[in-house]
Design a protein around this ligand. Structure first.
Ligand code: GLN
Ligand code: ZN
Length: 749
């Protein structure tokens, strides 16, 4: 029987113990020892679960208080100067979250997952230093529970540097780190460790070929420690680098067979017979059970190439929740085909033993439970190219749309989610108040929100989203095909966890989803209120979709549902509708060669959503959280009339990029950072407007905050928006002066 291995496990606690402990520690109601005790308890439970499932080689080392990449920065002494007067947990959490006057490390997405890590920051002032005590203690604790099954997980030096914000030479820093890595391996050897997982996911990136020399030097050096090294990659195949990667002086190579096409590479180039293959065949990032016929066939093929093989999850299991078994509210037929971390552990053993009949039976039951929706399928089949295009081009439809003063002002959608809003929702969910009472409460919040915007003089208003907990969950709950867990939390970053919906069947929209709240909002004002929708790509990217239906098909299904919503909003009088796509950029594949294919269908899904909108309807979109410079042509392809875009934290790179590109429609680059409690001054915002005018045509410019305001308080939002309006008044009168001067000059002539 093949042996089984894991590459990491959920680490937030089955009942979100880590979140509670961290937040109490930050508040000062829990001390450091108690925090570490919770960590030790959560960690031990995860080891026991893996041992109980019979896993042979259990990866230990992804466990963390906040972020595993930050842990390695600290262990190698990669401490930027601004944190050096701090120590211990204070320094650790300052690097993670910042303290007043000392910004945190940059946080960014871990490859193409929805997990965020803290980027190592390495400048010339840094001399790496070994600080492995916590890691060695973790390994010893693991050995006390698991004995020889412990396989330490080490973040490889090439990936650590590839992900770093480096202002020194890569090769120099690698040379400085390698002796420390070597020392770490020696320390592990002293503990009786025989194998170490070296995680090098950077080897799947498009530019990995350029790292070849560094990787070869690294593993030649580390091999001298005399430990068995397991070189681990995941999230995609290793591409053209396969031949030299499998020739590296390591004993085991673990590859992801659930994404990309490592199988074809192995079939083309063969497998080095002396090496063990770690076959990542259980998808650590989907919530579905394996399809036994497919996976067993894959394993049989792999065995034909690699006589020494072990079976594993494709990556760390931290990207799925703990267990589907607890989700008792889900129908049995659905729960039966869900595999979260615990179920995936069981699958590894079942696959190794070839005992998968129960999984087959579960899939049979599921097929009967979730039949395809013939109406949805028929609608997809009937799609025409014209469905993806607005009836008139921008130049012709723009004059038909709302006319607003120069530098029109708006916001991104949400207004403060106050304790009162949350209490109202909680009372409704507990059944303490009726639907009518709940709606009356929401309407009062909408009324207040509209009143504030009207009073401040904004030009295009929003209803404030007080009825929404989450921009994806809200829509998912109103469409068919989505299921929700009660405990299915996964870590987004630090103590922030999300509970993505599961898309288990064809998606449709039985009823309008946002029209009631729109009508209420519009009834309070003469100003136009924007309809507010979450886009198809974002809904898809922030859910766990079915893996047997192509992603673009699911995106189109969601798009059709939203398209109907747009028609209903128009019928209710909406003159502008915003379709948010904050997650469009983050869905980009890891390898640039696959970008086009993704962007093509992602853009089409958006265009299908808005393609039926009347020419008179102004379509807005909003994006945030990432760099958009490299996908400007896709953004242009959305053909939105107005795009608002997060910008306030960067300099004017985004503006310059839009200008260089010649972006042809209207843009609202954020004028202030909503993530900060600091109220921006009029001068600050006026400065932003000046830089907008410098780069863009004045007629193109909208004025809005960076993103939604739901995390802020009213006493932050009102003064900030008041200052925004004052800055705009200034810009408008300046424009007025300029215009009358020009006119004056003309009439004199
Ligand atoms: N309309 C949403 C809001 O204002 C957009 C949120 C987002 O971009 N993430 O909250
Ligand atoms: Zn945003």
């Amino acid at each position: 029987m093949d042996r089984t291995q894991t590459l990491g496990y959920p680490r937030i606690g089955k009942n979100r113990e880590m979140k509670r402990a961290l937040e109490a520690y930050w508040k000062g109601t829990l001390d450091g020892d108690a925090l570490l005790a919770t960590f030790a308890e959560v960690t031990r439970e995860s080891w026991q679960a893996q041992a109980a499932a019979g896993i042979d080689l259990i990866g230990v080392g992804m466990e963390t208080l906040y972020d595993h990449v930050l842990d390695w920065s600290v262990r190698f002494g990669l401490i930027p100067p601004r944190f050096r007067n701090l120590g211990g947990l204070d320094r650790y959490f300052a690097m993670a979250r910042g303290v007043p006057g000392v910004p945190a490390l940059d946080m960014t997405k871990w490859f193409d997952t929805n997990y965020h890590y803290l980027a190592p920051e390495i400048d010339a002032s840094i001399t790496p230093q070994a600080n492995f005590d916590d890691f060695l203690a973790l390994i010893r604790a693991g050995q006390a529970v698991l004995g020889a099954r412990v396989v330490p997980i080490v973040l490889g030096p090439v990936t650590l540097l590839r992900l770093a914000r480096l202002s020194v030479d890569f090769g120099d820093m690698l040379s400085a780190l390698l002796p420390l890595y070597r020392q770490l391996l020696d320390d592990l050897k002293v503990l009786g460790v025989t194998e170490v997982q070296m995680h090098e996911p950077a080897l799947v990136l498009g530019d990995a070929a350029g790292l070849r020399d560094d990787v070869e030097t690294t593993y030649t050096t580390l091999a001298e420690a005399g430990l068995s090294l397991n070189l681990v990659t995941y999230f995609d195949d290793v591409g053209q680098n396969y031949p030299w990667i499998v020739a590296l002086p390591v004993d085991v190579i673990s590859l992801d067979f659930t994404r990309g096409n490592n199988l074809a590479l192995l079939q083309t180039h063969g497998w080095p017979q002396e090496k063990t293959l770690g076959a990542g065949v259980v998808d650590a990032r989907s919530v579905w059970r394996v399809r036994p016929a497919e996976t067993l066939a894959l394993l049989a093929t792999l065995r034909g190439y690699a006589p020494q093989m072990r079976i594993g999850a494709s990556s760390s299991l931290q990207f799925v929740p703990y267990t589907a078994a607890r989700e008792k509210a889900l129908p049995d037929a659905l729960r039966g085909v869900l595999a979260f971390a615990e179920e995936k552990l069981a699958e590894l053993r079942l696959l190794a033993a070839g005992k998968t009949a129960d999984i087959d039976a579960a899939w049979d039951a599921f097929r009967a439970f979730a039949p395809t929706d013939a109406a949805v399928q028929a609608r997809l089949d009937a799609l025409q190219p014209s469905d993806f295009t607005r009836a008139l081009p921008y130049a012709e439809r723009r004059p038909l749309q709302v006319q607003l003063p120069p530098f029109p002002t708006t916001t991104i959608g949400s207004f403060p989610q106050t304790p009162e809003v949350r209490r109202l929702r909680a009372r409704f969910n507990k059944g303490e108040i009726s639907q009518a009472e709940y709606e009356a409460g929401i309407d009062a919040f909408i009324g207040y929100t509209i009143g504030v915007q009207d009073g401040l003089g904004l030009d295009m208003l929003v209803h404030g989203e007080s009825e929404r907990t989450d921009m994806v969950e809200y829509f998912a709950q109103k469409m068919t095909g989505f299921a929700f867990t009660q405990n299915g939390w996964v870590q987004s970053f630090g103590s922030r966890y999300v509970r993505p919906p599961i898309i288990y069947a064809d998606v449709s929209r039985p009823q309008p989803m946002t029209v009631r709240e729109f009508r209420v909002a519009q009834s309070y004002t003469q100003k136009p209120v924007k309809g507010m929708l979450t886009g198809p790509v974002t809904i898809l990217n922030w859910s766990y979709p079915r893996t047997d239906i192509p992603r673009h098909i699911i995106a189109y299904q969601i798009a059709l549902a939203l398209r109907d919503e747009i028609a209903d909003l128009e019928a209710a009088g909406a003159r502008a509708i915003q379709v948010d796509e904050p997650a469009l950029r983050e869905g980009l594949p890891l390898k640039p060669m696959r970008w086009d294919a993704y962007l093509t269908w992602a853009v089409d899904a958006f265009r299908l959503t808005v393609g039926g909108a009347a020419p008179e309807t102004q379509i807005h979109t909003h994006m945030c959280y990432s760099e958009f410079q490299d996908i400007l042509s896709a953004i242009d392809g959305l053909d939105a009339d107005v795009i608002s875009i997060e910008n306030a934290r960067s300099g004017d790179e985004m503006l310059r990029a839009l200008a260089d590109y010649g972006y042809p429609r209207e843009v609202g680059p954020g004028v202030y950072d909503i993530h900060s409690p600091v109220v921006p001054t009029v001068e600050f915002i006026a400065g932003k407007l000046e830089s907008f005018v410098h780069h863009l045509q004045p007629e193109q410019i909208w004025v809005n905050p960076d993103c939604g305001l739901k995390t802020r308080a009213w006493d932050e939002v009102i003064p900030a928006l008041r200052n925004m309006m004052a800055a705009v008044q200034g810009a408008r009168s300046k424009g007025q002066e300029a215009r009358s001067k020009r006119q004056g000059a003309r009439s004199k002539r």
